[in-house]
Ligand binder design. Structure first.
Ligand code: FAD
Length: 401
């Protein structure tokens, strides 16, 4: 067995950023396991754009050397807003090469507690011991698939997260279920790939982020007023955005208010730049799926408005439901010791679970620290909080101990 101080499970924006911060602590042996940026590279469609703004798309780094601008300068890649998926993936991989070049790409299959800390088992059978474990394993395990579709094989119904390339749907009839960014952007990409697409959503209207009216208003507001109302983290509407940028404040609010804020900031919505791309895609609003049956090689859907659809494929843009029990690598004993609420771990300062020295970052931290944790821009808060929890002081780019 090999021993180290800290093991980080996951090499996405959160895992990389935390590793970069903790690696500045002299003498601390920090290891990172996981395929860098794999969720973005394998579970999001080619042609996608990031919804977050420029500052909110930066993975947190200590000295401001690993910014999008620095990446562009170092590699000669040119892109602007909205940031294309491939450029963001390349940025993340560049960040990883600069900050954590020795990421170990092996998967973690089991994390369990032992007398001196934790045992971390890798896919090839190797076992590591660590005093502290940081789980930054993302949301891939939490894809929400409505039970009505359980009996359908993957040829007939899939979650949006399994697709990289929609070209195989050219000439096919595809029904997209959902009214958030994933569903809407999948609808646009499917249409552009030559599929005959319809989007069905239970919502009575599509929420467009910064619709044309609010964009015009924003423009008139001027930079100063805008910066008062919107934090650079780009999570949540005017005013609320500033509050959500301060997780230490958010976690002190009454629980009902925290839940309300989280729901408001992450309600299904589509980016403004999808409006024109979806103008020829029919949308059935206030529509839910009543029943689903297989007819030959197609799927028949009975909608709540009485209409029937016969399609070649159903794409579930139905989002993600956090439930850390779906992290299959957590040993039952360890999982049982993590205090949870509705699938989320209940975290204290330093994003630490009720198991001492076991931390969970990213979207599962949203119940305790607010919706900022569901976005790349939350990596700054999470990395700083972890650093404080480990060292008892704030991270300082100039002073590494
Ligand atoms: C379609 C879509 C669009 C999005 N757009 C945006 C956006 O524009 N802006 C934004 O801020 N956020 C966006 N998000 C949210 C985004 O998922 C998070 O912001 C971001 O991925 C959080 O980073 P993370 O490090 O927590 O997780 P991830 O990026 O998911 O990284 C988790 C890592 O853990 C690794 N891992 C998992 N299990 C194991 C294991 N057992 N062993 C080893 N490694 C493991 C994975 O390989 C992966 O590399 C989007 C999400 C979706 C689904």
């Amino acid at each position: 067995m090999i021993n180290c101080d800290v093991i980080i499970v996951g090499a996405g924006p959160y895992g990389l950023s935390v590793a970069h911060h903790l690696r500045t602590v002299k003498g601390l042996d920090v290891r990172v396991f996981g395929e860098p940026m794999s969720f973005w590279e394998q579970n999001m469609p080619v042609g996608m754009f990031l919804r977050s703004n420029w500052t909110a798309t930066q993975i947190a780094d200590l000295e401001g050397r690993l910014t999008l601008e620095a990446f562009q300068k170092a590699t000669g890649r040119r892109f602007s807003l909205p940031v294309p998926l491939d450029d963001f993936v390349q940025y993340g991989l560049w960040y990883q090469r600069q900050a954590v070049p020795d990421v170990d790409r092996r998967s973690v299959v089991r994390v369990e507690a032992d007398s001196s800390g934790f045992l971390v088992h890798l896919a090839d059978g190797q076992v590591w011991g660590a005093q502290r474990v940081v789980i930054a394993a993302g949301i891939a395990s939490f894809a929400r698939r409505p039970p009505e579709f359980d009996h359908l094989p993957p040829e007939l119904a899939t979650h949006s997260s399994v697709h990289r390339d929609f070209s195989r749907f050219a000439g096919k009839k595809v029904l997209v279920v959902g009214g958030g960014q994933s569903a809407l952007e999948s609808g646009a990409l499917l249409h552009e790939a030559g599929a005959d697409v319809e989007v069905v959503t239970r919502a009575s209207k599509i929420n467009w982020l910064q619709g044309f009216l609010s964009k015009a208003l924003h423009h008139r507001m001027g930079k100063f007023v805008r910066s008062l109302l919107y934090a650079p983290t780009d999570v949540g509407p005017a005013g609320i955005s500033q509050l959500l940028a301060r997780p230490d404040l958010v976690r002190r609010l009454p629980r009902t208010l925290q839940d309300k804020l989280r729901r408001r900031a992450t309600r299904p919505a589509g980016a403004r730049w999808l409006v024109t791309r979806l103008k020829d895609v029919p949308m059935c609003l206030r529509c839910t799926v009543d029943s689903v049956s297989v007819v030959g090689e197609q799927v028949q859907i009975q909608l709540s408005n009485g209409a029937l659809r016969l399609v070649d494929h159903v794409l579930l843009g139905t989002g993600y439901k956090i439930d850390v029990s779906k992290y299959s690598f957590l040993a039952p004993g360890l999982l049982g010791a993590i205090r949870r609420s509705n699938g989320f771990p209940i975290l204290k300062e330093g994003l630490e679970t009720s198991v001492p020295r076991l931390h969970i970052l990213g979207a599962p931290a949203a119940w305790s620290f607010g919706p900022l944790m569901q976005f790349v821009s939350g990596s700054r808060y999470a990395s700083g909080a972890l650093f404080r929890s480990v060292t008892g002081r704030d991270p300082d780019p100039l002073q590494t101990t």
